[in-house]
Design a protein around this ligand. Structure first.
Ligand code: ZN
Length: 283
């Protein structure tokens, strides 16, 4: 998958002009003062322009995809119109939820956490769009899992602060499932059952597996054993290999590919820019 980043960087560094912009985004006029305030926050903090540029630069997008921010409906992706809807209301609800749960005590502010979740959800809907457009036949019946996995890979491999985004989103899932029915996580790891609530653990497992040296404490309190941690490393490797293979046919050839494509692999500073830095893992 690092190869994908290589392609991306080669394109960006060479400032390759691409006339076709198959993916575009539009902000709808807000209909209330609250929506107007949220729109303003999104314009400053949500890197939707980076996301769209990355999609247009890296992938062959078979048909136009429009991201509509604002409006009443969503978050959703409509396969027929190939439109993604992400209403301001959703961002407001996420902010309220994090506020209720005093999420700022984790060291990450409510606004940052809400934008993380919004970015995660935007990419999740984009993942649905990619699964639909790229016509992956083997994924029927488990598309939600596949969309989550692709979202995680895109965030961890393409975005500098992708880890923070994934953790905020995983925390939201965890807090919600605890609020809804109480936590029942003791048996999870033994069963290695990734259905339902264990989405949280699976996601943390991938984040850990993506860089175990950087996140040694991430699995604390999850019940995941040392042996389990090794499984996380293997699982993440497999995940990126699988998606690299699946996405391969839809990746645009870059000006320096394939010889220069791996140049970014050893350069940790080479990912795309992201939102203002914040960290769940700060001491
Ligand atoms: Zn979904």
């Amino acid at each position: 998958m690092k190869r994908v980043i290589g392609f991306f960087l080669a394109l960006v560094l060479a400032s390759a002009a691409d006339a076709e912009n198959a993916v575009r985004f539009v902000y709808k006029e807000p209909e209330s003062r609250r929506d107007a305030a949220i729109k303003q926050e999104m314009e400053v903090l949500l890197p939707v322009d980076n996301v769209v540029r990355m999609l247009n630069d890296v992938f062959v997008i078979p048909r136009p995809l429009t991201i509509i921010l604002g409006g009443d409906e969503g978050p959703s992706h409509d396969l027929e119109s190939n439109e993604i809807l992400l209403p301001y209301r959703f961002v407001g609800e996420v902010k309220d939820f994090f506020k209720q749960h005093n999420y700022q005590e984790t060291g990450v502010g409510i606004q940052d956490a809400a934008m993380d979740v919004t970015l995660y959800v935007l990419l999740h809907e984009i993942a649905h769009a990619m699964i639909g457009m790229f016509d992956y036949p083997t994924l029927s019946g488990r598309e939600e899992n596949a969309a989550d996995e692709l979202t995680t890979v895109l965030l961890l491999e393409f975005f500098d602060d992708g880890t923070e985004v994934v953790i905020s989103a995983a925390d939201l899932v965890d807090l919600r499932s605890k609020a809804e029915k109480g936590a029942a996580k003791e048996d999870f790891w033994d069963l290695h059952d990734f259905l339902g609530e264990p989405r949280y653990y699976r996601t943390l497992c991938y984040v850990y597996g993506s860089n175990p040296k950087e996140y040694p404490e991430l699995l604390e309190g999850t019940g995941i054993t040392k042996q389990g941690a090794q499984v996380c490393i293997n699982d993440y490797k497999k995940l990126t290999n699988d998606w690299s293979f699946m996405l391969g046919p839809y990746i645009k050839p870059g000006p320096e590919q394939p010889a220069g494509a791996d140049a970014a692999e050893s350069d940790p500073e080479s990912k795309a820019p992201q939102t203002a830095p914040h960290s769940h893992l700060a001491p």
